[in-house]
Design a protein around this ligand. Sequence first.
Ligand code: AKG
Ligand code: FE2
Length: 345
Amino acid sequence: MQSQESGCSKLPTLDLGELGVQHTGEPSQQEWQRVTRQLDRALSDVGCAYLTGHGVPDDQVKEAFSSAIAFFKAERDFKMRWVVPDEGNVGYIAMSSEKYSDEGKELHEGFLFKQGSYDHEKEAPPFMTAVTPLAQLVHALSRRLMTSLALSLNKNRDYFVNMHQDSGTPKGMSVYRFNYYPEPTRGRESSTGFGAHRDLTMISLLFSNDSEGFQPDGEEGHDVKLTRRFVIAATLCHPQICDPSGQWVDVPFVPGTILLLAGEFLHFYSNKRFIPVMHKVVVPSENHPGYRPRCSLIYFEHADNDTPMWPPGDDPDSPAPPSVKEHIEKLFLKARAEGAKYTSP
Ligand SMILES: O=C(O)CCC(=O)C(=O)O
Ligand SMILES: [Fe+2]
């Protein structure tokens, strides 16, 4: 496994080899073992890894981003046609209408969507056509990663896949999300891109565009050993992960890779072996010529609705865990309630 130099940090890079979805045949046993070993190490040491050899064609990713960026640049009234309903969990998320941490106003817009959510009666957002071929590959990729994670825990190879039978259908909670970070015009000192949080997922797969970044001044030189937290960012507007000493570490854009993040569901179902990486997106500290908005596309892999969010304990007196659906909806509604408080005090 190689490491990706990012300023002071080294993030693992994992070549998926025969597990890449360009290979439709069954990977060899050696390849399952190699990838499983490396994946186990990356997610137990750091909680994330850059994936190469994944088989999702770069031109499909670029196409999806240009179509999404065109959407986010459209008039607000147009975008509001898809606004997420009050109690809903898919649709358009307007600028600064969510808040995931206490770090200030969060300067992002978003769009949550599922495959198959739009039919003849419900108008699809215009980027849907560009995303559809990519989504099918991402779904297949996620199943291979879940199989490998089950093998690494010495479980039946279908242990996780069986918990995710509704993925890729409108019924399950698994969802895609575009985030859009335009260049901030004012109030950047007290704002952030996306507040620090851990994903509630089994795994998250993150694509981003090249937002034409550079290393921010004065953030190099920490001797950081990455083990627990993680920031996604090293460019103008970028993600970061966080380490145990509280240092945030940049996660630069690496062309052609997907960033894999372990989520909380995986943490609980691996007996806390895999680290649910803490991450956030930072905004540039000042205006820079040539700045391009950052756009990311994330696939959140969530177990089927009624699955307990963590394995129920042996203690009959301890409260039963919430279901995956209840737990996710609670967090999502809280983020929107906080965003609303913040934007209209
Ligand atoms: O946009 C990004 O790069 C990360 C956003 C994120 O962490 C999320 O949507 O959960
Ligand atoms: Fe996240």
